[in-house]
Design a protein around this ligand. Sequence first.
Ligand SMILES: C[S@@+](CC[C@H](N)C(=O)[O-])C[C@H]1O[C@@H](n2cnc3c(N)ncnc32)[C@H](O)[C@@H]1O
Length: 251
Amino acid sequence: MRYFWIVSDAHPPELLITGDGSHTIRRGAGPTYHSLHGALTESRHIYQEAGLRALLEFRSQNPKAAVDGGEKVRILEIGLGTGLNAALALETCLEAPLLRIDYTALEPFPLSPGWMMDLNYASFLRAQSWQVWAEQYPTLYEGLRTQGEGAWSLERVGLAYSLKVMAQPWPCPLEGPFDLVFWDAFGPSHAPDLWEEESLVALNRWTAPGAWLVTFGASGAFGRLLKGLGWEVQRLTGPPGKREIIRARKP
Ligand SMILES: C[S@@+](CC[C@H](N)C(=O)[O-])C[C@H]1O[C@@H](n2cnc3c(N)ncnc32)[C@H](O)[C@@H]1O
């Protein structure tokens, strides 16, 4: 049986302003969705710069690592949340000629469109990417609500971005393989299972050889688990308030 759960609108998340002026949210007694030092700064630093842009740069210097001539990146995000990482990937796509992104995200507790519209990301993202992303979200959410998954795509001359969101918790069966993983569910204190071996064994199954993973999580235990599965683990300087982040590469 398919699993999905849409959270009731009766308990709206709390909207918070972070250190760089961008919003994040918190639900009940749960953790905030982003760093309070700066939600946008954190997402750009980890997922857009150390993740997507660095992978594109790596491919341009290592043509054998490319997929479909180098311009296609299949991204898997664990924890869509506000959609900020997905919209930043769209921004990269809109600004990079020839880039094609297939973006799959898991989110067992999708935000309803009204909550999404309250976020102030339109004034921070370039190329109108938040507006474009947010405009399609009500239709995507309707698919999530009624069928447990929603999809949307944008094609313009020289670029293509396709998005599929599944209202499922990780781990679950997927249509992989993926080249880049945004490991952005809650941390080990709130979602311990996600940071354990079984979860990473599932990740190995759905990722392509040479795939990258980026995450805000930098625990020694998580790094050792990745290494134990053969991934090459790098520790990079984190965004404000976070000493280190992990970027890992599958052999
Ligand atoms: C840190 S927030 C995500 C931030 C998000 N990437 C963004 O840009 O807003 C963590 C998200 O992971 C989701 N989540 C919790 N457990 C999960 C699971 N097992 N699989 C996938 N997502 C999960 C939460 O509902 C929450 O939306």
